[in-house]
Design a protein. Structure first.
Length: 319
C-alpha cells in the first residue's frame, strides 16, 4: 500500500489538509486496510464512526487484525432509568478503558456507532483529575480514600468479587478497577501504604507485588463536592417547576415523586447508583460529548456518512 503512488497522494492530502476527504468504492475489509495504512505508524489516534453498534463490532474485529493491542470498541451506553441490582459491567468497562486511554494521551483506534458518541460525558478535565496513582510509601488516610472511591463510582462490599468493587478489613484495602484485569490489595501501616499486590479473585490469595497502581473512575458520571450539590438543587427545582407549570398536584407517593425523592435522598447520603446517569444534564450542563476527549490531531473516519447522518437524526427524534 505504501508503495502505491495514488495512496501516497491520498495520505499526504489527509495529513496536511484540515478538510474532509471522500474515498469511494471500497469494500468493508478494504476500508479497514486503508484506515490503518493512513494511520501508520500510529502517531495519533483515530475515531472510526459507524451507523450502528453491530457494524462497529464487525469493524473492530477487522481492525484488530492489524493492531491487536490498539483497537478499542466504544459501545453504546445502556440507558438506566431505574436502579437494577444485576448489571453487566462489560459495556461500562469498555467505555471507561477508552476514556482513560484518551485522557492519558494513548494513541489508539476507537470504533463506535454515532449513537455511542452522542451521549453526554463528564468534562475530560474532571475525568482526568479523578484518576489517581497510589505508591508504596505514600501517606493517605484510609477514610479519605474510601470517600474518594465512593465518589468515583466504586461499590463497597464485604469481599471483592468483581470489577468496580472495594472492601476494607482493618488496614487492608482491596479494590478492583474496571480498567485492569486483576484486583489490587493495598496494606496500610497507619496512613502509610506498606505494600501493593495483585490477588486472585477466586482464591483471594496475593499474586504479584508492585510499587504503584493507577485507579480510574468506575463510572462515567463523576460526582464530587459542589458538582453534586448544584446537581441536586437543579433536580429539586426542575421538579418543583414542573409541578407548578403543569398545575398537577403530585404527592411524594406518585411514581414520579417517589423517584425524585429517592434520587435526592441518595445524593444526601452520598450514595450514587447507576440510574443517576440519566440525570447527566443536571450535573454537567455544558453538553460535553465524546468528541471533547479527542486530542488534536486525530483522524476521524465516517463509514457511510449518509447512514450516519440518518441515524443521528433518528437519535435526536427519539431523545
Amino acid at each position: 500500500m505504501m508503495r502505491w503512488e495514488q495512496f501516497q497522494k491520498l495520505k499526504r492530502t489527509i495529513d496536511k489538509s484540515s478538510k474532509s476527504t471522500a474515498v469511494f468504492g471500497l469494500t468493508d475489509s478494504q476500508k479497514c486496510h486503508m484506515t490503518v495504512s493512513v494511520l501508520y505508524p500510529m502517531e495519533y489516534s483515530c475515531l472510526y464512526i459507524t451507523s450502528s453498534d453491530t457494524q462497529a463490532r464487525r469493524v473492530q474485529e477487522d481492525l484488530a487484525f492489524f493492531y491487536p493491542d490498539r483497537v478499542m470498541l466504544f459501545p453504546e451506553r445502556e440507558v438506566m432509568l431505574y436502579n437494577i441490582a444485576a448489571r453487566s459491567m462489560d459495556v461500562i468497562e469498555q467505555r471507561l478503558r477508552v476514556l482513560e486511554g484518551l485522557v492519558l494521551n494513548r494513541n489508539m483506534i476507537i470504533v463506535a456507532s454515532i449513537e455511542a458518541l452522542l451521549s453526554m460525558q463528564t468534562p475530560p478535565s474532571i475525568f482526568y483529575e479523578a484518576i489517581f496513582t497510589l505508591r508504596v510509601g505514600d501517606y493517605i488516610p484510609l477514610t479519605l480514600l474510601t470517600k474518594k472511591l465512593v465518589q468515583m463510582g466504586y461499590e463497597r462490599v464485604f469481599t471483592v468479587e468483581g470489577k468496580g468493587q472495594f472492601s476494607i478489613r482493618g488496614g487492608i484495602l482491596d479494590v478492583f478497577p474496571l480498567t485492569v484485569d486483576e484486583p489490587y490489595r493495598i496494606e496500610f501501616f497507619g496512613d502509610e501504604i506498606d505494600s501493593i499486590r495483585s490477588f486472585d479473585i477466586v482464591s483471594q490469595r496475593s499474586i504479584t507485588k508492585g510499587a504503584e497502581i493507577v485507579i480510574s473512575p468506575a463510572r462515567e458520571l463523576i460526582l464530587q463536592g459542589e458538582i453534586t450539590k448544584a446537581g441536586r438543587e437543579r433536580i429539586s427545582k426542575d421538579y418543583t417547576r414542573y409541578i407548578h407549570e403543569t398545575n398537577k398536584n403530585r404527592s411524594k407517593n406518585s411514581p414520579l415523586g417517589q423517584k425524585v425523592s429517592y434520587i435526592l435522598d441518595k445524593l444526601d447520603e452520598g450514595i450514587y447508583d447507576d440510574s443517576l446517569e440519566g440525570y447527566f444534564p443536571f450535573f454537567y450542563s455544558g453538553g460535553t460529548t465524546f468528541f471533547e476527549y479527542l486530542k488534536s490531531p486525530s483522524l476521524i473516519v465516517l463509514d457511510e456518512p449518509g447512514r450516519i447522518r440518518e441515524r443521528c437524526r433518528g437519535h435526536r427524534r427519539e431523545f
